[in-house]
Design a protein around this ligand. Structure first.
Ligand code: SFD
Ligand code: AMP
Length: 618
C-alpha cells in the first residue's frame, strides 16, 4: 500500500463550515504556518451545506438594542431548557456578524428588504440565495490553506508519547493511499451524525434524511477514541420537518408566518400547554417563554399524533400568494431540493393545500437546536472577569475551544454545549478555534512531537483490516453477500439503526426509553462492536470509507446511550422522554453530563458538571 507522510503546523479535519472558518482564520494569524485541511469529500460541495442553504440562522444585526449577544444567550438557554455553556454561546454571538459580513464581501447573495437591509427571516436569522453558499465559503479556505487533501478520510487521531495531540491517519477514498498527518495542533471539525437511528425513509429512499447521509459522526468517533471529554451526548435532536423531503420549517413559520396545526386545524401546543407546564416548566418556566423551545414544539405535535389527530399540517396554502410563491419554492430549492421534488412528484400545489410536518429521526449534532460534542475550554476573558471562584475554572483551561486533550481543538458540530451556531456560527467557531490554535502553536514552538512509529504501523494495519479480511474470505461468500466470516457496513448499520430506534428512543418507539431499554441497547452495541472488530469487511475503498464511518457512528451511539442512562430525568421531551423519569428536574439535573472513554479498557467514565449562569436571565 502506498503511504504518504505530511508534516503540518495546523491540521484541520473536515472542510465544512467550521473547517473552512478555521483555515481562513489560521492563515490570518499565522502567515508562514503550514495549514493543512483534510476532507473526505471535496470542500467545494462537502458537509451539511453541500446542497446550499436558504438562510443564515445566526446573525445579530445592527439593532443592538434588540439583538445583543446577552439576549442571544438567553434565547438559546431557553431553547435548550436551561443547559448551555453561556461563555461559548456568547463568544459566537459577539463575533458572528463579522463572519456574515465576510460572506457578503465574498459574493454570497444575501436578500435585502425594501430599505436595503438584510432581509430578516426571524429575530436572529436572515435570508440568502444560498445555492452556492458552500462553494463561496470553500474558495476562501482554498486560498488560505497551504494544502487541501480532498477525498481523504481521517479514521483516527494520533497522540505522542506525552499523551499530546500529534496528528491523524487516514486514507484516500479513491486510490487507497495511506496518509499520516503529523501535527502538534489538530482542529476537529468533522460534522454531526445522521443514520445512527433508523431513518423514517426506507429502502431506496433511506439516503434521504435531514442531516445528510455523509454526516457520519466522525467528529464524535475521532474525539471519543482519542479520550476527549464529551458533553451532552444525550441531547440528540429530532427536528420538525416537512414529511418525506425533510424541508426545514423556519422560513415558513418566521418569515411567511404559516401556522402549524393538527388535522382539525387546532394549535397543538396550546392544546397541551397545561400538561406540558406541569411536567416540564422547571424553575425557569420553559413552557411560557417565547419562542417556545424547539423540543416542546416537537412534543406537542407528537402528543397530537399519538392521540390520532394527525397529520400535523403546515398551512402553506394560507400564506403563499403569487407574489411570494417564488420565495417558498426557493427555500427548498436552495437547501432541500428533494422537498420541491416531493411537491412536484405528488402534484402538491402549496398555494392550494397544506403539507405534512413530521418529527424526524434523531441526529447527533452540536450546531442546530442541540448541543452534542466535546467539552471545550472557553474564552479566557469571560471566565476571568467573573467572580465565580474556582467553579469558573472548569470552563477555561488555557486555550479557547481546546478539548481536554492537549493540542486538540474543536469547532462546529464537534464542539458541545454551544448550540444555535448554525452555518455562520460554525464558521465563526472555526475561526475562534484557529486563532487560539495559532497561539498554542507559538507557545509550544520549542516542543517536538515524539511519535512512536510502531503505533502508526498498527493503525495502518487496523485501517486496512476490512479489505484484508475480504481478500481472505471472499471465496466463502455463498449467495449474494452471505458469508460466515464477514460483516458488511450496511449490515452493521442496519443493526445499529434498529437497536437505537427500538431501545434508545427513536421514532419507532415514540422517542421514549427507560433504564431497562437503554441497558438492552448497550448490550447490543457491545456485541456490534465485537462483531465489527472481528468481522468488518470491505470489498473496495468506497466500502472501506463506509466501514469506518460505521465505526464512528457506533462510538457516537454508545456515547449517546451511556449519557441517556446517566441523566435520570426527562429534560427535552420531544427529543426524547424517559418513561421511568417522566418529568424535568431542575434541582437534581440542571447539569451537564460529561463522559470520557477509555478505548483500551473499552469503559466509560460519566460525571456531571454544574451549569454556571454567566449572563443574567431576563
Ligand atoms: O434551515 C470528514 N443548517 C443551517 N444553517 C444555517 O445557518 N441556515 C440554514 O438554513 C440551515 N438549515 C440547514 C442546515 C443543515 C442542513 C443539512 C439542512 C438545512 C438541510 C446547519 C448548518 O449546515 C450546520 O450547522 C453547519 O454546516 C455545521 O458545520 P460543521 O463544519 O460542524 O459541519 P459540516 O459543515 O457538515 O462539515 C463537516 C465536514 O467534515 C467532513 N468530514 N473529513 C475527513 N475525514 C472524516 N472522517 C470526516 N468526517 C466528516 C465532511 O465531509 C464535511 O465537509 S436549517 O435546517 O436550519
Ligand atoms: P429550521 O428551518 O426549522 O431549521 O429553523 C431555522 C431557524 O428558525 C432556527 O433558528 C430555528 O430555531 C428557528 N425556528 C424554526 N421554527 C420556529 C418557530 N416556530 N418559532 C421560533 N423559531 C423557529
Amino acid at each position: 500500500m502506498k503511504s504518504k507522510t505530511v508534516d503540518c503546523d495546523i491540521l484541520i479535519v473536515g472542510g465544512g463550515m467550521a473547517g473552512c472558518g478555521a483555515a481562513w482564520e489560521a492563515r490570518y494569524w499565522s502567515r508562514n504556518s503550514r495549514i493543512v485541511l483534510v476532507e473526505k469529500a471535496n470542500v467545494d460541495r462537502s458537509g451539511a451545506v453541500a446542497m446550499g442553504l436558504s438562510a443564515i440562522n445566526t446573525y445579530m444585526g445592527m439593532r443592538w438594542d434588540e439583538n445583543t449577544p446577552e439576549g442571544f444567550v438567553n434565547y438559546v438557554k431557553n431553547d435548550l431548557m436551561g443547559i448551555i455553556r453561556d461563555d461559548l454561546v456568547y463568544d459566537v454571538a459577539r463575533h458572528v456578524d463579522s463572519t456574515v459580513h465576510l460572506f457578503d464581501e465574498w459574493g454570497l447573495p444575501i436578500m435585502r428588504d425594501k430599505n436595503g437591509h438584510y432581509l430578516r427571516e426571524g429575530k436572529w436569522q436572515i435570508m440568502i440565495h444560498g445555492e452556492s453558499y458552500k462553494a463561496i465559503v470553500a474558495e476562501a479556505a482554498k486560498k488560505a490553506a497551504s494544502e487541501i487533501y480532498n477525498r481523504v478520510m481521517i479514521t483516527r487521531l494520533i497522540k505522542d508519547a506525552n499523551n499530546k495531540m500529534a496528528g491523524a491517519v487516514g486514507f484516500d477514498v479513491r486510490d487507497g493511499t495511506f496518509y499520516v498527518f503529523k501535527s502538534k495542533v489538530v482542529i476537529v471539525s468533522a460534522g454531526g451524525a445522521s443514520q445512527i437511528y433508523r431513518p423514517r425513509s426506507s429502502r431506496e429512499g433511506a439516503g434521504r434524511t435531514w442531516y445528510p447521509h455523509w454526516a457520519s459522526g466522525s467528529a464524535y468517533g475521532l474525539l471519543i477514541e482519542a479520550g476527549a471529554t464529551m458533553t451532552m451526548m444525550e441531547a440528540r435532536f429530532s427536528v420538525p420537518r416537512y414529511k418525506d423531503g425533510y424541508g426545514p420549517v423556519g422560513a415558513w413559520q418566521l418569515l411567511l408566518k404559516a401556522k402549524q396545526t393538527n388535522a382539525l386545524g387546532q394549535d397543538s401546543f396550546e392544546l397541551h400547554k397545561e400538561e406540558i407546564r406541569k411536567l416540564f416548566n422547571g424553575k425557569m418556566g420553559y413552557a411560557d417563554v417565547v419562542p417556545t423551545p424547539t423540543n416542546l414544539r416537537v412534543l406537542s405535535s407528537l402528543m397530537e399524533l399519538k392521540a390520532g389527530r394527525g397529520p400535523i399540517y403546515m398551512h402553506t396554502e394560507k400564506v403563499l400568494t403569487r407574489e411570494n410563491e417564488e420565495l417558498g419554492w426557493e427555500d427548498f430549492l436552495d437547501m432541500t431540493i428533494s422537498q420541491a421534488l416531493v411537491w412536484a412528484g405528488q402534484n402538491v400545489d402549496p398555494m392550494k393545500e397544506p403539507s405534512e410536518i413530521l418529527p424526524s429521526e434523531p441526529y447527533a449534532m452540536g450546531s442546530h437546536a442541540t448541543e452534542n460534542g466535546a467539552w471545550a475550554s472557553g474564552p479566557e476573558d469571560i471566565s476571568s472577569s467573573l467572580s465565580n471562584g474556582d467553579r469558573s475554572k472548569s470552563y477555561f483551561w488555557g486555550y479557547n475551544r481546546m478539548s481536554t486533550v492537549d493540542g486538540l481543538f474543536v469547532a462546529g458540530d464537534a464542539c458541545g454545549a454551544s448550540p444555535h451556531k448554525f452555518s455562520s456560527g460554525s464558521f465563526t467557531e472555526g475561526r475562534i478555534a484557529a486563532k487560539s490554535a495559532v497561539k498554542y502553536l507559538m507557545d509550544h514552538s520549542d516542543e517536538h512531537l515524539q511519535i512512536d512509529n510502531s503505533t502508526i504501523e498498527r493503525m495502518k494495519l487496523n485501517l486496512y483490516e476490512p479489505i484484508e479480511r475480504y481478500n481472505k474470505n471472499k471465496y466463502e461468500i455463498t449467495a449474494g453477500k452471505v458469508s460466515p466470516d464477514m460483516m458488511w457496513y450496511d449490515q452493521g448499520l442496519a443493526r445499529l439503526q434498529k437497536l437505537m430506534d427500538e431501545y434508545a428512543a427513536g421514532w419507532g418507539s415514540w422517542y421514549t426509553t427507560s433504564d431497562v431499554m437503554l441497558n438492552n441497547a448497550l448490550k447490543l452495541i457491545k456485541m456490534l462492536k465485537e462483531d465489527f472488530v472481528n468481522y468488518a469487511a470491505a470489498e473496495n475503498y468506497h466500502q472501506l470509507l463506509r466501514t469506518w464511518e460505521l465505526w464512528h457512528r457506533i462510538l457516537t451511539a454508545e456515547a449517546i446511550v451511556v449519557h441517556m442512562l446517566y441523566r435520570k430525568e426527562t429534560r427535552w421531551p420531544g427529543y426524547y422522554s424517559r418513561s421511568d423519569f417522566p418529568a424535568l428536574d431542575d434541582d437534581g439535573w440542571r447539569v451537564f453530563v460529561n463522559s470520557r472513554y477509555d478505548s483500551k479498557a473499552q469503559s466509560w467514565e460519566v460525571f456531571s458538571v454544574p451549569v454556571i449562569d454567566l449572563v443574567v436571565r431576563k
